[in-house]
Design a protein around this ligand. Structure first.
Ligand SMILES: [Zn+2]
Length: 67
């Protein structure tokens, strides 16, 4: 799930596409526009995605604690 960095609301692909139509460069502006607050943010760079995946995998590998 992708969330707006400004207002924190969930960004759906549909909402992003609709919000971005106004800029006339959909597919070329490399920005994600929040349909709720209009905040434009850069798309997640590849390295960040990898980092998040790595962190998630590490968390899953941690054995569950038994108190
Ligand atoms: Zn927003």
């Amino acid at each position: 799930m992708r969330a707006c960095a400004f207002c924190g609301r969930e960004l759906t692909q549909e909402g992003i596409e609709r919000a971005c139509k106004g800029c006339g460069a959909f597919g070329g502006c490399h920005l994600i526009k929040c349909p709720y607050c209009g905040y434009e943010q850069p798309q997640e760079p590849q390295w960040l995605k990898k980092l998040v995946e790595w962190a998630r995998r590490r968390r899953q590998e941690t054995p569950p604690r038994c108190d």
